[in-house]
Design a binder for this molecule. Structure first.
Ligand code: 26W
Length: 777
């Protein structure tokens, strides 16, 4: 079915008229967004309902995730419906530029990679006609908004993303379920978001739970004029889905977090059981024949004991229920960092969800009777990753090297007992958002060369390889230059900094974490700055270094790194001696929408974690697909990117996993500091007053050279990799001067990017883990 754009326009106008009493031309961006959203929701309703009905009796998969970083939906929905350009044209004819919707909030119900991956997977499954539904949480406040103050500090503000409404979901109160906690019962109210496939009528569903009180208002308390008490239950319930935890990769054992996780688990499973009974009757023994559940990290791992509990309520015994749970669940690991592994103190857990603890104990007893060397509970603590390996069909890592590390290190003992459970599923990204939508200019160029709809079949990119010639490179370079101009305009407006589109754009965008080594990048920039001032780099190609990152609000070192980068940026940008060579900008509030502007404009993609620390990375893939070369280590998916594109088309540096492991015990960062005068000088700017210095920055200095009580010196090997990093960085910079050769490398990256479509990833999950098939439409 094709969609009637004129109808959508008319409905939009009608909505505007009767809800806001404004015309198309008078509407604010937010009003227009609401009205257009509602009109599109009407237009898709038939297909959405049909997609649900068709699947009723089929085997299906469910993605359980505490995070979905879906970003702005209006453009991607119109794009996937195939009507974005037509709608733009219709609006333009009426004097309205759809670009005003850029002012609309992002839906940032996720922190970073793990949440964005979930969103890409949903897009791919819908596009590939795969029966995959998402379950998640509808946080009242998403990931905080970030600003920098005059000193360069990160300041956080609440992200009230539904302030003007949320046209992309329907509240389905009739499917509300009750969830029981030790201290209160609450309601989980579902909000359904359509997941619109590209080039198909198929529309899947993302169901997000919002926590509400069973009793909105205590009338007796109200009558006693005790208004706080009257609302106490309401607030206590709503607190559970009030806010997304902004900790990316550090784990905190918080009561409210248990409640979030259990709410997601229990509500989703109750919902699945209701649907199961509708389709297949009350005999639960075939549950695992019809449903597969993927756990996005251990955040929803309480689903395992919860399913066992619910099945036992249906009359099954423990062994039978265990068996079904084991067949139903699979678990994806997203990090090897110890501090991110979830482990709950049993007393804390028992005080919130006592029934769940009883079942975890039974599971642990069963495990220990079968395999005395393995454990889920140790020292009165439940290890959720172990639970997920034991009671699941498959465990997977998210890039080849990461999956290998899981077998060799993290789950070594488990791999010996259950080798057949371990798999790899290298991550991917949806080409619709990360090429089609964010880079229409490049898409047109590719489309013209490889024909057909490569958006649905990214393998066609490989056809570019033999075609790469000077003409194509010129065309690519022209497009890249256009994307840089567009980004310059945005950065000028948002940050008040004027960049020159003739500069090399060297980009590092990702969450701020020590292991991602934004500090190493910063030190190299300071080093380059000093050398330029000393006239040592005469052929240096003018470069703009662009950072985007949010730090967890309580992560002092990460905040100190942000402050340091902002301060060196200020120093460098204000120094006329280098103004024609060097610019540094740390954009504020990096999010999905900002990424869609930065990524297409990048020449160089910084992926510089020490080998063995970044599980996969997905920004690396987005940058590759937009024709940036990778300046990176042999870590995560960089390894596979390099394999696909050829090492001669990337800038790879640094120690390998084996090299790092073999030097770990004898490593002395201070020796390197003392022997590399450039690095020495750069590191000293952390403490010598070159830029305004504070205690936290001094602490960074000591962390690099002396260590701290909880970490050895330079835990992430900044000094170890520094020299080879600088060599690779200067080599890339030098190579840029040959615009034809450099452009060729960029094109080789694009032409080699097919593997990194999340369509490929999701089909592998469907075939090798979930055993589901596409539904024909
Ligand atoms: C419990 C606190 C917490 C929160 C988030 C612990 C761990 C996480 C995630 C594991 C963090 C995350 O987003 N990991 C990223 O997942 C991406 C998708 O697989 C990978 O590409 C990134 O390499 C990985 O860091």
């Amino acid at each position: 079915m094709s969609y009637n754009c004129l109808n959508i326009l008319k409905w939009t106008e009608a909505q505007l008229k009767y809800t806001y009493d404004v015309s198309l031309q008078e509407a604010t961006p937010q009003e227009l967004h609401e009205a257009l959203g509602e009109a599109v929701m009407m237009a898709i309703s038939d297909n959405w309902n049909r997609s649900k009905r068709t699947r009723m009796h089929e085997r299906k998969a469910y993605y359980f995730s505490a995070e979905y970083l879906i970003g702005r939906l209006v453009y991607s929905n119109l794009y996937n419906l195939g009507i974005l350009d037509d709608m733009k044209k219709l609006f333009a004819e009426r004097g309205v530029d759809l670009a005003i919707l850029e002012d609309v909030e992002d839906a940032a119900l996720g922190n970073g990679g793990l949440g964005r991956l979930a969103a890409c997977f949903l897009d791919s499954a819908a596009t590939c006609n795969l029966p995959l539904s998402g379950y998640g949480l509808r946080y009242r406040f998403g990931l905080f908004k970030q600003k920098f103050d005059a000193e360069g500090n990160q300041c956080e503000a609440a992200d009230d993303w539904t302030k003007y409404g949320d046209p992309w979901s329907y509240r389905r109160y009739n499917h509300t379920v009750k969830v029981h906690f030790a201290d209160h019962d609450v309601l989980a109210v579902p909000y359904d978001v359509p997941v619109i496939g590209y080039g198909t009528d198929n529309i899947n569903t993302l169901r997000l739970w919002q926590c509400e009180a069973v009793e909105e208002l205590d009338f007796n308390a109200f009558n006693d004029q005790d208004y706080l008490r009257a609302l106490a239950q309401k607030n206590k319930a709503e607190d559970i889905t009030r806010v997304l935890y902004p900790n990316d990769s550090t784990w905190e054992g918080k009561r409210l977090r248990i409640k979030q996780q259990y709410l997601l688990s229990s509500a989703s499973l109750q919902d699945m059981i209701r649907v199961y009974k509708n389709a297949h009757g009350n005999d639960m023994t075939h549950f695992a024949d019809f449903y597969a559940v993927q756990l996005n990290d251990t955040h929803p791992a309480m689903s395992i004991p919860e399913l066992i509990r619910l099945l036992m309520l249906e009359g099954m015994d423990f062994e039978q229920s265990f068996d079904i749970a084991q067949k139903t669940f699979s678990y994806t690991n997203h990090t090897v960092m110890g501090e991110a592994l979830e482990k709950w103190n049993l007393d804390l857990l028992r005080s919130v969800v006592p029934e769940i603890v009883d079942i975890i104990c039974r599971i642990d007893a069963k495990l220990k009777s079968e395999h005395p060397n393995l454990f889920i509970i140790r020292d009165n603590t439940a290890h959720m990753a172990n639970l997920s390996v034991y009671v699941g069909s498959y465990v997977n890592g998210v890039a080849e090297i990461h999956s290998q590390i899981l077998k060799d290190d993290c789950f070594k003992e488990w791999y010996q007992v259950f080798p057949e459970r371990f798999q790899n599923k290298t991550n991917g990204v949806t080409p619709r958002r990360w090429i089609g939508l964010c880079n229409p200019e490049l898409s047109r160029m590719i489309h013209y060369r490889v024909g057909s709809d490569f958006m649905k079949d990214l393998d066609r990119l490989a056809k570019l390889k033999p075609m790469i010639d000077d003409d194509m490179v010129h065309q690519f370079n022209t497009i890249k230059r256009q994307k840089k101009e567009q980004l310059c305009a945005i950065i000028a407006k948002k940050e008040g900094i004027q960049l020159n589109p003739d500069f090399v754009f060297d980009v590092q965008v990702k969450r701020l974490h020590e292991y991602k080594r934004q500090l190493m990048n910063a030190l190299s920039i300071v080093d380059i700055y000093f050398r330029l001032k000393d006239g040592e780099l005469p052929y240096f190609q003018p470069t703009a270094f662009i950072f985007g990152a949010k730090s967890a609000p309580g992560y002092a070192r990460a905040k100190a790194i942000i402050r340091y980068i902002n301060r060196i940026a200020k120093m460098i940008n204000n120094d006329p001696a280098v103004s024609d060579k060097l610019k540094v900008v740390f954009v504020q509030n990096y999010n999905c929408s900002y990424a869609e502007h930065i990524i297409p404009a990048a020449d160089i993609s910084e992926q510089i974690s020490p080998a063995g620390t970044e599980a996969s990375g997905t920004g690396n893939m987005k940058l590759m697909l937009n024709g940036a070369v990778t300046l990176g280590t042999m870590d995560g998916a960089n390894v596979e990117i390099t394999k696909e594109a050829g090492i001669e088309n990337e800038y790879i540096f640094g120690a390998t996993v084996d090299q790092i492991n073999s030097c770990r015990d004898t490593y002395c960062s201070r020796d390197i500091y003392n022997s590399n005068r450039y690095l020495h000088r750069a590191i000293d700017t952390l403490v010598d007053g070159t830029v305004p210095t504070d205690d936290d920055q001094r602490e960074l200095y000591h962390a690099l050279l002396d260590g701290a009580s909880w970490h050895r010196p330079d835990h992430y090997f900044v000094l170890l990799d520094y020299a080879s990093y600088m060599d690779a960085k200067l080599q890339a910079n030098h190579d840029y001067s040959n615009r034809l050769e450099f452009g060729r490398k960029c094109l080789m990256n694009i032409a080699s990017g097919a593997k990194f479509s999340s369509d490929r990833t999701i089909r592998q999950y469907a075939d090798e883990i979930w055993h589901i098939k596409p539904t024909q439409y």
